[in-house]
Design a protein. Sequence first.
Length: 385
Amino acid sequence: MRTRRGFCYSTIGLGLEEERKAKRRKEFAGEEDIGRKKTRKEPETSSNSDFFDGLPDDLIFCILSKLSSTAGSPPDFINVLITCKRLNNLALNPIVLSKASPKSFAVKAENWSESAHRFIKLCSDAGNLEASYTLGMIRFYCLQSRGSGAALMARAAIGSHASALYSLAVIQFNGSGGSKNDKDLRAGVALCARAAFLGHIDALRELGHCLQDGYGIRQNIAEGRKFLVQANARELSSIFSSKNISSRTWMTWHHPHRHINGSSCPLLSDFGCNVPASEAHPASRFLTEWFGSRTGSDPGLGLRLCSHVGCGRPETRTHEFRRCSVCGTVNYCSRACQALDWKLRHKVECEPMEHWIDEDDVDGDGDGDVDENNEIEEDEVVVER
């Protein structure tokens, strides 16, 4: 039956039913009845909710990359791996491992294990040049895996890693891992020049001595002295920038020694700049601990360690390193290590003070000379000055 307005009774009944459903929906949603102020109830936060699960992976990658690049020791980064499963998976991502600092995988020799080996290998595979260089040094010298160690150092050298370039240069100069005939002086000079171009201090010293002595390159004494002075200047600059100390705290000026040949150009150390020893690279510290904890100064089979305390390189064959031509008691893998050790220690121990400077110091650099003949026979006499 229809009314004057055209509605039927059944339609009114349906409208009332829809109104009841709407009212129930409002009550279920937490709203008040019609005619009162409508307020929505805030959802209650459960005590066991974890907001970490809601963080995006990109944000966590950024945080972990910053942590790995600034880690001061392995525990600073390793503790993240044992926090939870998600952090463990994200921290081992190549994006994070490629930016890990050398100190984050600077494992001590006494703590070396397969797990440490795998971790450094993961960093190397992720493109971390420092990890490639460190693992290359450990494999080449400690684990005696010459091929894989040199390949890892070459990978870092291709990425313009200065320390890797210089280490490969030392290997070429000495023929490490092979015989005396495997030495390639020209290749060593080329690698050393590339490392010196990148600012490596030891490479600058080595290149300067090569130019002065005509070792693997045409002799140029004046150019060699320029490289030696530049190496000392860079060393002074690195000391100031890293330790942020005043020159008065470590420089003691005295009257310089006068060379008999007036054309000599003494280095900055001859003017009384008592430069403290710089911090050794984690790879060098590992080599020093590895061989020092086993046989002291003898890595085995009559082989000797480089006498410079910051180096750690051992011989790979008998009489590979050059020895001091004055005392014959110290051995060096390179002229750079010999110059550093002379300035820091051996200058006092080699001979009495009145014989420090003599006419036979032909290179005029004020340090002790080394025997250029790497292979020294038993009946061969060390040249005295």
